[in-house]
Design a protein around this ligand. Structure first.
Ligand SMILES: [Zn+2]
Length: 253
C-alpha cells in the first residue's frame, strides 16, 4: 500500500464528495495502482480527464503510483493548447459523431437539429451503446459514470446538466462544436440527411395554412416527414445561436 496526494481541477470536482473538491487530499492506493485506476476509484471517469501531472510531470494513465506522489488531474482544456504535454487520448477523428444513452433523448434531438449525427434509442442497453461507440468511433454521451469508465470507451462525455439545452451548451463548449454546425440538415427522428423539395412534391403532406404561407421545404426520404421554417424553426435558431456562446458562470455544475 502506498499513499498519494490528489487534486482534481475545475469541473472534475463535481465527481468528488464535497470535502475533496478544490483541494489536495491524500489517499491510500493499492500497490502498483495506476493513475487511471485511482482516478476512477475516486469517482472520475477516464473520459473526463485530459491531462495528468505526477510530481509536475505529464504522465499517461498507466503510470504506476509511488509513495508520496502528488497527482494533479485536469479536465478537457477546450481552447488551451497543451500539445507539448502528453494528451491521454487521440483527438476525435474528423467531425464528431455521437451515441447518446437512453436518458438523453432531448440532447440527441438537439444535436441532430444542429446537424450532428447522433444515434439514440431509448431501448439501447449499456453493452450495445458501448459496442456502437467502439465500432463506429462515436463519442459516447451519458450521465452514467460507470458506463463511461468502461475500458473500451475511448471518447465519451459526461453531461453535468439535466436540461437538454444546457447539456448542448456544455458539449459545444467542451468539443468546440459551434463553428461546424449544419442546422436543420438532419431528420430529427431518423438522424438521416434531409433533401430540399419543391412544394408540389410534398403538397399532399402539408397543412393547408403551411402550404399557403411557406415556399421552402425539406423532406426525409426515410420517414417522409416534411420540414419548413415555421415558428418552431425560429425558436430553435435562437437556441442554437445561444449555445454557441460560452457557458455562463451560473450554468456550471
Ligand atoms: Zn426521417
Amino acid at each position: 500500500m502506498v499513499t498519494a496526494t490528489f487534486r482534481f481541477y475545475d469541473q472534475l470536482g463535481a465527481f468528488l464528495p464535497r470535502e475533496r473538491r478544490g483541494r489536495e487530499f491524500s489517499t491510500p492506493c493499492a500497490r502498483e495502482a495506476t493513475a487511471k485506476h485511482m482516478i476512477e476509484a475516486l469517482g472520475v471517469p477516464h473520459t473526463e480527464v485530459d491531462l495528468v501531472l505526477v510530481n509536475g510531470e505529464s504522465q499517461g494513465f498507466e503510470h504506476a503510483l509511488s509513495e508520496g506522489d502528488r497527482v494533479a488531474v485536469y479536465p478537457s482544456f477546450g481552447q488551451l493548447d497543451i500539445h507539448a504535454l502528453q494528451r491521454l487520448r487521440s483527438q476525435i477523428p474528423g467531425r464528431p459523431r455521437f451515441v447518446a444513452d437512453a436518458h438523453l433523448g432531448g440532447l440527441a434531438r438537439l444535436l441532430r437539429m444542429a446537424g450532428y449525427d447522433t444515434l439514440y434509442d431509448n431501448g439501447y442497453h449499456d453493452d450495445e451503446i458501448e459496442r456502437i461507440a467502439r465500432e463506429e468511433a462515436r463519442v459516447l454521451l451519458s450521465r452514467d459514470r460507470e458506463l463511461l469508465k468502461r475500458r473500451s470507451v475511448e471518447h465519451g462525455c459526461y453531461l453535468h446538466a439535466l436540461d437538454p439545452a444546457q447539456q448542448l451548451r456544455e458539449l459545444f463548449a467542451r468539443l468546440r462544436l459551434g463553428g461546424a454546425m449544419r442546422p436543420f440538415s438532419l431528420c430529427l427522428h431518423c438522424n438521416l440527411p434531409l433533401r430540399q423539395v419543391e412544394k408540389a412534391e410534398v403538397l399532399d403532406r402539408l397543412p393547408p395554412r403551411v402550404a399557403e404561407t411557406h415556399t421552402e421545404f425539406t423532406t426525409c426520404d426515410h420517414c417522409g416527414r416534411v420540414y419548413w421554417k415555421g415558428s418552431h424553426h425560429a425558436r430553435m435558431c435562437a437556441l442554437l445561436a445561444d449555445v454557441e456562446l460560452p457557458p455562463s458562470p451560473d450554468s456550471q455544475p
